[in-house]
Design a protein around this ligand. Structure first.
Ligand SMILES: [Zn+2]
Length: 425
């Protein structure tokens, strides 16, 4: 009996080894690791867009040490160990912030991969996605719904410097009522279960409070909730949604742990309730045939909510943009890249163009992608703008994206946390 067991174990180990080496030689082991650390960078020349307001100036000189801008002005000098980067002829803008991301989604990037290759890709924590985001200038990524263990593990690898990729701000699973969006008749939206559940289904305020506290303890940055009954055109509620009490409890507990709360909404009344309950960001915006009204605009402004319209997923949302912009609502950029018709990175630049087409000036869209993104993350004191003391996340681009947002695609170099993570020269 024992001999048989030993034999089976041996066979199992052999099969695993053969599988590993087959995958390794078929698809490679490139996991997209960070570049060699540099203690200091000095960026000279070029046009500087700090991202505080619409102003553009000649770059007076920027010294970066240990991941931060420590000097930005005429008196700044390179240190003897600084690598000098010449930005003459280029524009310097803050790194881009994706506010509505799903890291583990099936998209055009991977929809054509066969199952083995897809699994291998996931096991390596999606090097394709991390690389593509960097190439598109995305240096911060807010995950608003991903398999809970997968995303926490990825964040640890990124923060530990073992893997390269944008700064990750993660919500973990999506809070929704039992059977609510995005479950499939009560089944978790992560069908394989690989990396953990993607939804937390409960409408019990105390269970919700406990789960938020657990995620906070595990290092989560925020909470994503669905407060949308997906009503039909005649007004019938098609899917269960959280009670107002559940939503208020969720917000209360999240804020007690200094976490942001992103709320997916739809109809107008639910949107107003979500803002009154304390949502920090409104995801997708008012839709389902509704338009924002004066009361919603006032609520958004008074409560300093960041509105993330995800026009790539909700094209009709463009109708609300002029009213939001005129009213002074803070608009953020999120793509919801989450289906085989979309591609990571590309979808971000499409979203920027869609906001311009909807009526926002190019420079305001650039501010939405940077300064406003940091505000949504509660990081406006260190991220999203280029100032002394801030984190060194910046792009060198060819052209003047504040005049034409399409020129933001011409990225020559991406610096994140003081590291040159992408260099096209
Ligand atoms: Zn989404």
């Amino acid at each position: 009996m024992l001999r048989l067991l030993k034999f089976s174990l041996g066979v199992l180990v052999a099969v695993l080894l053969v599988t590993f080496f087959t995958l390794y030689f078929m698809f490679g082991m490139n996991i997209y690791e960070p570049p060699e650390a540099e203690s200091s960078l000095f960026v000279r020349g070029g046009q500087l867009f700090r991202g505080v307001d619409a102003r553009v100036e000649n770059n007076p000189g920027m010294l970066i040490v240990d991941g931060r801008i420590i000097c930005l002005g005429n008196l700044c000098e390179p240190r003897p160990d600084s690598r000098v980067i010449d930005a003459t002829g280029l524009s310097i803008v803050p790194g881009l912030i994706e506010l509505h991301g799903h890291f583990a989604a099936i998209t055009a990037d991977n929809a054509d991969l066969n199952l083995t290759r897809l699994a291998w890709n996931m096991v390596r924590m999606r090097p394709d996605v991390r690389r593509r985001l960097h190439e598109s200038g995305v240096t911060s990524f807010r995950s608003v719904g991903d398999p809970r263990d997968f995303i926490r593990e990825l964040k640890a690898y990124l923060e530990g410097g073992e893997l390269s990729g944008p700064r990750l701000f993660a919500a973990g699973p999506i809070f929704t009522a039992p059977g609510g969006h995005p479950t499939r008749e009560g089944r978790d939206p992560n069908p394989s279960g690989f990396g953990g559940n993607m939804a937390f289904q409960s409408d019990d305020p105390e269970a919700i409070r406990a789960e938020v506290a657990l995620l906070a303890e595990q290092g989560g940055d925020g909470i994503k909730a669905v407060f949308h009954g997906a009503a039909s055109e005649s007004g019938t509620t098609l899917l269960p949604t959280l009670s107002e009490e559940s939503l208020r409890t969720l917000v209360d507990e999240a804020h007690a742990h200094d976490m942001w709360v992103a709320v997916h909404v739809g109809p107008l009344d639910e949107t107003k309730t979500a803002i009154r309950a304390g949502a920090d960001t409104i995801e997708h915006g008012v839709r389902a045939g509704n338009l924002v009204d004066a009361e919603t605009l006032r609520l958004l402004v008074d409560n300093e909510v960041v509105y993330v319209p995800t026009l790539g997923r909700e094209p009709m949302g463009y109708l609300n943009i002029p009213a939001l912009y005129e009213a002074g609502v803070t608009i953020g950029v999120g793509t919801d890249t989450n289906n085989p018709a979309m591609r990571y990175g590309d979808s971000y630049h499409q979203e920027l163009q869609a906001l311009v087409n909807a009526g926002m000036p190019d420079v305001e869209v650039l501010l939405a992608a940077t300064r406003n993104g940091a505000k949504a993350l509660g990081m406006e004191d260190t991220l999203g703008t280029l100032e002394a003391g801030h984190l060194a996340d910046l792009l060198l681009v060819q052209g003047a994206p504040w005049n034409d947002i399409a020129e933001l695609r011409n990225i020559r170099m991406v610096i994140q946390n003081g590291l040159v993570v992408m260099d096209r020269e």
